[in-house]
Design a binder for this molecule. Structure first.
Ligand SMILES: [Zn+2]
Length: 103
């Protein structure tokens, strides 16, 4: 899926664990609870930019991961801690007020 974030186009892909492992070797990974990242985001100045999201996460985890990687794309200068904390807090807030489901 092609998405636009702050005027830049990214290809957003849902990947298997095996494919995420391969992608991790090529870009900056957001490691959390395992050596296989939940998400990856290419630098905004890269050609053919990608955001990769690991398949088979819980709905909340997948939602937070997409938000997390989108925040990296929009605020590349933020450190991992700022991105992680912001994604977690906003995700929690939105889940409190809305029923969110996959399309
Ligand atoms: Zn991250």
């Amino acid at each position: 899926m092609r998405i636009k974030l702050r005027g830049k186009y990214y290809s957003l892909n849902m990947l298997s664990k095996a494919d995420m492992k391969t992608e991790t070797q090529k870009s900056c990974a957001c490691l959390k609870d395992s050596d296989i990242p939940k998400g990856l985001c290419d630098a905004p100045n890269k050609e053919e930019k990608k955001i990769s999201i690991r398949k088979r996460q819980s709905l909340k985890s997948e939602f937070e991961t997409i938000l997390h990687e989108s925040l990296h794309a929009c605020n590349w200068e933020w450190d991992e801690c700022a991105v992680d904390e912001t994604a977690h807090d906003i995700s929690k807030l939105l889940f409190k007020f809305y029923s969110i489901e996959r399309k």
